[in-house]
Design a protein around this ligand. Sequence first.
Ligand code: GLU
Length: 403
Amino acid sequence: MTTASITTEKTEALRLTERINRIEPSATMAVVAEADKLRSQGIDVVDFGAGEPHFATPQHIKDAAIAAIQGNFTKYTAVAGTAELRDAIAHRHNVDFDSDYRREEVIASTGGKHALFNAIQVLVDHGDEVILPVPYWVSFKDIVRYAGGNCVLLESDESQGFRVTAEMVAQLITPRTKVIILNSPSNPSGAVMSAEDMTEVIRLAHQRGIWVLSDECYVYLNYAGKNFSVGALREYKERFVVLGSLSKTYAMTGWRLGYAMAPSAVVSAMAKLQSQSTSNPTSIVQKAAVAALKGPQECVEHMRREYIELRNHVVAGLRAIPGVRCTLPEGAFYAYPNISSFLGRGGLKSASDVAGRLLREAHVATVPGEGFGTSEHIRVSYATSKAELDRGLERMRKFFAAL
Ligand code: GLU
């Protein structure tokens, strides 16, 4: 499967910018496009590709959006989001994670990826080093490169469940380190960092004047222990940015509502950038987001419990395929099986080959590990029904058995 369809040669002729040639299209979005293409040809694809909840957005959230339309809440709002929404984001986080954010320290953006993009544009300059644990979510590397930064990759150990420790981070700090990215629970590995390790990284970063960007999009989907946000570490908060999203927590991927919580000067800089690009996130979505954050929270726990069952089911199913190894993810909704025993068989040279042929021949969409910085894995999103997991697992079993 190729993610980069635009060659440098072609873009040179077009005289596009050097910075756009520094990045690749999103590997997850490329799989979405390929699976859609097959579906449009009438092919029945089992989709373990893009990570998005299979649950419908809860009714009270949809009702709030409809009421916003009917009530003509359809005009521009403040760039960083309405006061009502920024307060609701801060309040929810303060209650759930013992943080102490205020409105001025919150910005709402058009999805978590947008908040991340803006934060990195504001914090990373040319030549800055950014410590990034591997496997990493597909967009971190390219967003850093777009800003001119250099990623310093932190290799984690599969036999330790890909867990990242403070000691591993400390070893990579240099005088050029500007930012450390943490993502716990991790997309794609599901690894959860201990609260102690996260605290130690924040403490170290604070001491050295380094920023920590903590992507906490899956913070409510932690199956290993108590949910923990670095936001709880109030005494260090002038050195970190918490990134979050409503996409996974409330099954709202298509609504595009993400946020960042950071020192007010960083939020102001992000708002300045946002004022020159998208302006406010959609007004109607902001009303829906307020309903999500202030309304009943039982839906969050309900989904979490179902994901645990699905995780156990998919990991057992993957481990039952001869030749596949799979660590137990402790959070998020991805399994990250190791398929290295098939490389070299049946003409398969890479994880991209495996994912590409799984899609074209077995009609199962997965994301190849290369997009996440490893070459021996594919990512399986298990945010789907048990029946769909079984259909996909059976196709995978047959595909691998035939190699
Ligand atoms: N959580 C989604 C995934 O990793 C995000 C998709 C994206 O924006 O790349 O599949």
